[in-house]
Design a protein around this ligand. Structure first.
Ligand code: CA
Length: 226
């Protein structure tokens, strides 16, 4: 296991590297966005712990760049802030998890172990429905061959609906699958998210696939699932 720590505060960086090495993970530490980019281009890491506030940029941008470069290393973002908007921003940027400072070492390690267990490039089957395809491993989706630009949450929703294609999914199940336990979304958050997803997936000229099941929830139409 090899971990990259991107943290500019020397004391925190030192603390993190000691904790991670104690957990028997090979740990590299860099203090800037530029150094992190270079390091991740050369070394294949099993995990990256990235601080949001860095001297030459921020962790959100770094995450986005890493994902845009096709790098799927699990990323845990560290920040002093715990605002919901920052958490969503981090997840939308492609981070896999989020931990606010100050944190307990036991929680950090537990979250990193969970991320490390996640199959990164496992041969997950590609999900198909009509001309819609979704590749869970590559975190990519297409409609009629055109790549869809989805946020992390839209992607999670689409993956959940496609894994349950042909079955109506209640709002409660969607909530459980797409939001974590600590987040209490506003009442219509699911409907807003489904609306955004529908506009991206059900392009003009293609069969509408995101169906509303009245009084129940939502479903991906499975009449042509392969
Ligand atoms: Ca910092």
């Amino acid at each position: 296991m090899r971990v990259l720590v991107v943290e500019d505060e020397p004391e925190v960086a030192e603390f993190l590297s000691r904790v991670l090495r104690d957990a028997t993970w090979a740990t590299d530490v860099v203090g800037t966005v530029a150094a992190a980019r270079e390091q991740m281009a050369v070394v294949t890491y099993d995990l990256a712990v990235i601080d949001v506030g860095l001297p030459d940029g921020d962790g959100f941008t770094l995450c986005r760049d890493v994902r845009a470069a096709g790098n799927h290393t699990p990323i845990l973002l560290l920040t002093a802030r715990n605002a919901v908007s920052d958490r969503v921003r981090g997840l939308d940027a492609g981070a896999d998890d989020y931990l606010a400072k100050p944190f307990a070492v036991s929680e950090l390690l537990a979250r990193l172990r969970a991320l490390a267990r996640r199959p990164v490039a496992a041969v997950a089957p590609i999900l198909r429905c009509d001309s819609l395809t979704l590749d869970p491993a590559l975190r990519a989706a297409e409609r009629a061959g055109e790549p869809l630009t989805l946020t992390a949450r839209e992607f999670a929703l689409l993956e959940f609906l496609m894994r349950n294609a042909g079955r109506a999914c209640s709002r409660a199940r969607i909530l459980e699958a797409v939001w974590d336990d600590n987040f209490d979304p506003v009442a219509n958050a699911i409907d807003v998210l489904v609306g955004r997803l529908r506009r991206k997936v059900d392009l003009p000229g293609h069969r509408p696939l995101v169906r509303t099941i009245r009084g129940m929830g939502y479903m991906i139409d499975a009449s042509d699932v392969s």
